[in-house]
Design a protein around this ligand. Structure first.
Ligand SMILES: Cc1cc2nc3c(=O)[nH]c(=O)nc-3n(C[C@H](O)[C@H](O)[C@H](O)COP(=O)(O)O)c2cc1C
Length: 174
């Protein structure tokens, strides 16, 4: 079994694309990707280290596929699990709801007992408000494919430098 499970939701494919970029930075067999439309509670439960990725849709909302996945998510205990999050959004189109879904997901998983790694500075983004901020830092990696696609590769790489050892270490120790 892979050490890290990455579960993502996507509407137009950007969040899947970033999931694949993340996968490329791991060794073969270290990480397994799951679209939430097909994932089960058993698949979630088996991992001590998890990554979740989601776009923000509607007006600062979770995508429908992730909403539908919520009962599955809520059936799993996250205590003892290490979780890293990433979120996609559009800072120019939605400056008052920028990556809100990342913040909504963080709150849900926090209630379920998850331990988080991989917060991310908000420098380099221009927006008014975001539910994904805690103490001025984003609760996970923030990607804007609509306006800053050229920065995505380096953002993913930099974030993983910090997050990857923590996810792999937890898996070994766990
Ligand atoms: C209908 C619609 C609503 C959106 N609402 C938001 C929003 O409230 N906040 C935000 O940051 N981005 C918003 N976005 C931008 C998406 O999050 C962004 O395009 C993302 O890359 C889509 O990822 P996906 O291809 O994985 O679905 C919206 C996009 C669409 C099409």
């Amino acid at each position: 079994m892979a050490k890290v499970g990455l579960f993502f939701a996507t509407d137009t494919g950007n969040t899947r694309k970033v999931a694949k970029m993340i996968k490329k930075q791991f060794e073969e067999g270290e990480i397994q990707l799951y679209n939430v439309t097909k994932a089960t509670a058993e698949e979630l439960q088996q991992y001590d280290s998890l990554i979740f990725g989601t776009p923000t849709l509607g007006d600062g909302e979770l995508p429908d596929t992730l909403l539908e996945f919520m009962p599955t998510l809520e059936s799993v205990s996250f205590s003892g699990k290490t979780v890293a999050l990433y979120g996609l959004g559009d800072q120019e189109g939605y400056p008052d709801e920028f990556v809100d879904a990342l913040g909504i997901l963080y709150k849900k998983l926090k209630k379920l007992g998850a331990t988080f790694v991989g917060s991310w500075p908000n420098d380099g983004y221009e927006f008014e408000k975001s539910k994904a901020l805690v103490d001025d830092a984003f609760v996970g990696l923030v990607i804007d494919q609509d306006n800053q696609a050229d920065l995505t590769g380096e953002r993913v790489e930099e974030w993983l430098e910090q997050v990857k050892p923590l996810l792999l270490k937890e898996a070994v120790a766990g």
